[in-house]
Design a protein around this ligand. Structure first.
Ligand SMILES: [Ca+2]
Length: 236
């Protein structure tokens, strides 16, 4: 009995720690919650080109300040959309400035992700937070190499955000979104405690394995990443 209870407590503790550390399936926050969170918070550092501006808005183009991770030469790079430009039939407006980023995952299993070096290193044991706007397009239509036909990339994906020591290295999972299935923009809060020092960040889209057995074509739109704030404790 004693052994059973000990094992139970260990499992509970492990699960609780995992949830706290990686922020499983974090949901969008309201504008009021965002305002409350920012009140009194201090900026620690800023992400380069957080609005995905100052780049030529074009498909298959990486935003300035960002690097393509795990680039597959047979697949195109991420896309920089401009408000109402209509690349791949996307008709969204940027939430900040005039451009935003689009990441896709494909039915051949490939997934797009971008990363960058941060201006300042995250300090082990300290709490940080930033916000990011996410949306999904039901209209995105593109070529799939699997069938060599133009098809809809209209299924929801999940965004993971990683911290690392080299650009595109994945040492600490900072954030896992819920499946982003909303076409309107929503703001998500990314809260984390640095488990060890790190100074790079990576945005990666992944498949929603809970709802889909196989690889599929999907997209997430990203804009308006806030500065990274030093916080005293988590709010979620
Ligand atoms: Ca923007």
């Amino acid at each position: 009995m004693c052994k059973f209870l000990s094992l139970f407590l260990i499992i509970c503790c492990y699960w609780s720690c995992q949830v706290q550390q990686i922020g499983i399936s974090q949901k969008a926050i309201s504008s009021e919650e965002l305002l409350n969170w920012k009140t009194g918070a201090t900026i620690y550092t800023k992400i380069k080109n957080p609005s995905f501006e100052d780049s030529p808005a074009a498909h298959s183009t990486t935003p300035k300040g960002w690097i393509i991770c795990n680039f597959n030469a047979e697949e195109s790079p991420p896309d920089i959309h401009k408000s109402l430009t209509g690349f791949f039939d996307i008709k969204h407006l940027a939430t900040e400035g005039d451009q935003f980023l689009g990441l896709v995952a494909r039915d051949n299993g490939t997934k797009e992700h971008v990363g960058q070096a941060l201006p300042k290193k995250m300090v082990e044991g300290k709490n940080y937070a930033f916000s990011v706007d996410l949306a999904h397009s039901k209209r995105l239509r593109s070529l799939t190499r699997k069938t060599r036909k133009h098809v809809l990339f209209d299924k929801p994906l999940i965004l993971k955000i990683w911290g690392g020591r080299n650009v595109c290295s994945w040492k600490q999972l900072l954030f896992v979104s819920e499946p982003v299935n909303h076409t309107d923009w929503k703001t998500y809060l990314v809260e984390f405690k640095a488990e060890r020092p790190f100074d790079t960040i990576t945005f990666q889209v992944v498949f929603d394995e809970a709802d889909h057995d196989n690889f599929y074509n999907g997209n997430i739109l990203i804009d308006n990443v806030s500065p990274i704030y030093r916080t005293k404790k988590r709010t979620q």
